[in-house]
Design a protein. Structure first.
Length: 160
């Protein structure tokens, strides 16, 4: 079976980490994209994100060109929006069954991880959700060390 790296990225930071993982693990890489892109100032998007997270909104996403039956492992990446995963990831998790899959979540953020990984575990019903990787950025500058990221990838790679 194969490994899928499935991620949503707003600023590009989550994409950077997804590609970093893909360079080290034989996997397919698929980006989640919203039909209506987030627009406006950073503050506008932050305010919109807060409303969406608080209301449980699931934005429309473009169809994902993946057959989940081909994968036994999913590496799931999201930026942290208001202490949880982004609404685009919520849409994805509501549409895909990760039952009987092993899921390794990673989250990018500039502050607090919140309850992101607990929320992933709740949303991935009957999946084997593993320890996640919290990746900190200061805007576009990576704060989490490459060594810490590599250690997580290596520990995951040993199991994959």
């Amino acid at each position: 079976m194969k490994t899928l790296i499935l991620y949503y990225s707003y600023t590009g930071n989550t994409r950077k980490i997804a590609k970093m993982i893909a360079e080290k693990i034989d996997s397919d890489l698929v980006e989640i994209k919203t039909v209506m892109p987030y627009e406006g100032s950073y503050d506008d998007v932050v305010n919109q994100a807060q409303r969406e997270v608080n209301s449980g909104f699931h934005p429309e996403i473009f169809p994902l060109d993946v057959n989940m039956k081909d994968y036994d492992t999913v590496i799931l990446g999201s930026p942290v929006w208001w202490y949880t995963y982004a609404p685009a990831v919520a849409t994805t998790l509501s549409q895909l069954s990760l039952e009987r899959k092993t899921v390794y979540p990673f989250a990018t953020n500039a502050g607090w991880l919140g309850h992101t990984f607990q929320d992933v575990s709740k949303a991935c019903v009957n999946a084997n959700v593993q320890k996640g990787l919290n990746v900190r950025f200061d805007e576009n500058r990576l704060i989490t060390s490459n060594a810490e990221i590599d250690k997580w990838i290596e520990s995951m790679h040993e199991e994959v």
